[in-house]
Design a protein around this ligand. Structure first.
Ligand code: 5GP
Ligand code: ZN
Length: 165
């Protein structure tokens, strides 16, 4: 990932459980897949037979911290999660749900993609938490489309220049 893709701090937050997991400092979590940019592990309270979280190693707060330049990151997170599902034996990629909770409906302030399968087996009591198109939960696809509508930084700067004149 380009260093300037996110405005959030690039440093690990010592008080953030997902930073600890990303840096192999949480003994209770088994990491399923990891590269330089992303880490995937099981959700501690699974809402479906397969429920994984994909996080960036970098401490980015939430999907609301993301800018247009982070579309690639979101896409890579989704592909990473799908690969873990395949590794775990999931073959019906139509029956999966990938998405983000939005603040204030987040409980951990480190960007994480929920990866659930089969979507048809999300537990009834938890279903409300993972219903796409609500203020609470948005799909990764919806987030990418929303980020595409964010004005590029250069446009913001041109706009500010003309407002100042
Ligand atoms: P949120 O509601 O913020 O989108 O979801 C955070 C998720 O992280 C929850 O589904 C919760 O079960 C999971 N979680 C919270 N703390 C831990 C932890 O220490 N280890 C793991 N593996 N999952 C966690
Ligand atoms: Zn963190």
């Amino acid at each position: 990932m380009a260093r300037n893709e996110s405005k959030s701090s690039e440093n690990a937050d010592e008080s953030c459980i997902f930073c600890l997991i990303a840096h192999n400092r949480d003994e209770e979590t088994t990491v399923l897949k990891k590269d330089k940019e992303l880490v995937c592990f099981k959700d501690i309270y699974p809402a479906a037979p397969h429920h994984y979280l994909v996080i960036p190693t970098e401490h980015i707060i939430s999907c609301k911290s993301l800018k247009r330049g982070n579309i690639g990151l979101v896409e890579r997170m989704a592909n990473f999660g799908k690969q873990v599902l395949r590794d775990q034996g999931i073959t019906d990629m139509e029956d999966v749900r990938l998405g983000f909770h939005q603040p204030p409906f987040t409980s951990v302030d480190h960007l994480h993609l929920h990866v659930l399968a089969p979507a048809s087996k999300i537990s009834t009591s938890m279903d409300y938490k993972f219903t796409p198109g609500t203020d609470r939960f948005i799909t990764e696809e919806y987030l990418r489309k929303r980020l595409e509508k964010v004005r590029p930084k250069v446009c913001e700067m041109i706009g500010q220049f003309f407002e100042l004149k």
